[in-house]
Design a protein around this ligand. Structure first.
Ligand code: SF4
Length: 116
């Protein structure tokens, strides 16, 4: 997102699912790949899921691979494209920064999210 200062990584404690499980960097991101489904589900149980998702959305060069915040690279790419089209680059950066600050200040309770 331009050359503006990057958002810092979410404040991980080291016990997040991606730090103790495999499958967050699968060979393929096909939607029904069990590794992808499992990694996305683990993200949804993570207190940092919102912050992680926003961080990944704001840092495409750092997140071209991997499941981050319960999303695949393709999902983030598509969403970023839509948001850029809708908001423009400046407003998108501002919005992501504001939402990131909220998500970091109030992490989710582990396990409250359910698959849509
Ligand atoms: S939401 Fe982010 S920090 Fe949490 S398990 Fe998923 S990739 Fe790891």
């Amino acid at each position: 997102m331009g050359n503006r200062r990057r958002l810092p990584m979410p404040p991980m404690k080291g016990d997040e699912p991606c730090t103790t499980n495999y499958g967050f960097f699968p060979e393929t991101y096909a939607p029904h790949n069990p590794e992808v489904v499992a990694a996305e589900a683990m993200c949804r149980s993570c207190p940092l899921v919102r912050a992680c998702f926003i961080w990944a959305l704001a840092n495409p060069s750092l997140t071209a691979d991997g499941i981050w915040g319960a999303t695949t690279p393709w999902q983030r790419k598509e969403l970023r494209k839509r948001l850029l089209h809708r908001l423009g680059a400046r407003a998108l950066v501002h919005t992501l920064r504001a939402e990131y600050a909220k998500a970091v200040a109030r992490p989710d309770s582990p396990g409250i999210r359910r698959q849509a």
